[in-house]
Design a protein around this ligand. Structure first.
Ligand SMILES: [Ca+2]
Ligand SMILES: [Ca+2]
Ligand SMILES: [Ca+2]
Length: 267
């Protein structure tokens, strides 16, 4: 999938909101964000990386983006902030390790919110497909077990295509409606940066990530891992063993995975 990295020079900042303006204008006392960045329509398969620089402790950045319909069986939308492991263990000055993210629909109703803390202090939000994808942090303990396992697995449920508002800040409380975000960080906190990442796979794009053991690549070890699952020896990642989505878990799934590894594409 293509990876798009936005820069501050892209020139799409503070675009006028055309969407639903008439409907919103008739409501009283809404607090639609005035300063925001329009990320455009993102309903095709892609990974969008948005550099974030919060100027102060109480700074909150807003984004508007169109996202596709995704469901438990197909497609996903993931919003997360990756943290390099090095930053977590060794310190990483200026990096935002306690991010808060909230997502609101076009009418300002909250669709979900998440805060860094625990794990590797990353935000990890996931709508749609429930076949677990790797968490944004994976730590293996001394026995090789996954010790940091908050997979992205559709925890926020299905999503309907529409325009969504995303708020990111150092630490805040997100209300249920009216785009309400209240920060309790002092303005004197230093500036912090991170990368807001939006990863999209709509239902019409098959999910065929063959990385069953979550080591970051797809190879023979994944065939071994799937074989291990099919043989009933446990499934540490929780990945769906029905890789070819034909409704049962058997040899055909192994063959389909081998086919993928050999460059044959998705089953
Ligand atoms: Ca692998
Ligand atoms: Ca491997
Ligand atoms: Ca199957």
């Amino acid at each position: 999938m293509p990876v798009n990295t936005l820069t501050a020079q892209s020139g799409w900042r503070v675009m006028p909101l055309m969407l639903g303006l008439a409907a919103i204008a008739t409501q009283a006392a809404v607090a639609q964000p005035e300063a925001y960045t329009n990320l455009g329509s993102r309903v095709t398969a892609q990974t969008l990386e948005v550099p974030i620089l919060l100027d102060s402790g109480d700074d909150i950045k807003w984004f508007l983006v169109e996202l596709p319909t995704v469901e438990a069986e197909a497609g996903f939308v993931e919003i997360f902030t990756p943290v390099p492991e090095d930053c977590f263990w060794n310190g990483c000055p200026g990096f935002m390790i306690f991010p808060n993210v909230a997502v609101f629909d076009a009418a300002g109703r909250q669709e979900g919110a998440d805060s860094g803390g625990g794990d590797l202090s990353v935000v990890g939000m996931s709508w749609g497909l429930q076949d677990p994808r790797p968490p944004r942090c994976i730590v293996y303990d001394e026995f090789g077990n996954i010790a940091c396992d908050r997979p992205l697995a559709g925890q926020w449920g299905p999503m309907e295509r529409g325009w969504y508002w995303i708020a990111i800040g150092n630490e805040f409380l997100a209300g249920p409606d009216n785009w309400t975000v209240l920060t309790n960080r002092p303005p004197s906190d230093p500036a912090r940066h991170t990368t807001l990442t939006i990863r999209v796979s709509p239902p019409d794009v098959p999910f065929c990530d063959g990385d069953f053991d979550w080591d970051g690549n797809v190879d023979q070890e994944d065939v071994w891992a799937l074989g291990h699952i099919l043989a009933g020896h446990g499934n540490p990642t929780g990945r769906w063993a029905d890789y070819n989505r034909d409704g049962n878990e058997d040899q055909d799934d192994l063959l389909a995975l081998v086919h993928t590894i050999a460059g044959g594409g998705c089953p």
